[in-house]
Design a protein around this ligand. Structure first.
Ligand SMILES: [Zn+2]
Length: 212
């Protein structure tokens, strides 16, 4: 899953409006940020296999430290703790929501991935495989995103216009991802993902900037 992950971030904002959108949008992709870095470090591995699944050419055969269920729970707990220490004043439930945002990544990936998500280590892999169906997978990503931006826009009307602008950008990136060329290498995938995740985090901070 790609931009559909952001749906969890936009929706959770409505639960706790004090949480900055950029924190939530970074949190929902945090394990993929870690994944990009570990791919570049050669610790986790993938192969680019054209036609692997209709909606994704990535054979993600080794990612125990970022995409196993146990690892995701550890990332969640770590992220929640870090947020609690940073913003103690927002209370424990703000930190728990950040943890939930981080954990949402695994659940949404579960819907679309081939069985390449380990429950622990590199074992007991699961994945419902919606990526094998390009149209329905695309509809799921964009449908979740649209619904969540609508929820966000109702909770934070001041930022609604800019949130829909970001929705437009994310939609274009998703279309490019779904219909664009097969990436040349695993490192190219990782660099591209890292750059986009950081750009989207920055864009989320712009959505909520205060105007005089
Ligand atoms: Zn992922």
């Amino acid at each position: 899953m790609f931009v559909g992950h952001y749906s969890a971030g936009f929706a959770l904002k409505a639960v706790k409006p004090q949480l900055p959108l950029w924190v939530l949008l970074l949190a929902v992709q945090l394990v993929d940020v870690g994944w990009s870095l570990l791919i570049l470090a050669g610790v986790e591995k993938l192969r680019v296999v054209p036609g692997f699944l209709a909606g994704s050419p990535l054979d993600l055969y080794y990612m125990p430290y970022t995409h196993s269920l146990v690892a995701t729970l550890i990332w969640s707990a770590g992220g929640a703790l870090a947020y609690f220490l940073w913003r103690r004043g927002q209370g424990l439930n703000a930190a728990l929501i950040v943890g939930a945002a981080i954990g949402s990544h695994w659940l949404l990936d579960l819907l679309v991935h081939a069985p390449d998500l380990p429950l622990y280590d590199n074992s007991a892999k699961v994945g419902f495989g919606l990526w094998a169906y390009r149209g329905p997978e695309l509809a799921l990503e964009l449908g979740l995103l649209a619904a969540s931006v609508w929820i966000y826009a109702r909770a934070c009307p001041t930022y609604a216009r800019r949130a829909w602008l970001l929705f437009g950008v994310l939609t274009l990136m998703q279309l490019a991802n779904t219909f664009g060329p097969v990436p040349p290498s695993g490192s190219a995938v990782a660099v591209g993902a890292l750059v986009l995740y950081l750009l989207f985090t920055w864009a989320a901070s712009r959505v909520e900037r205060r105007t005089a």
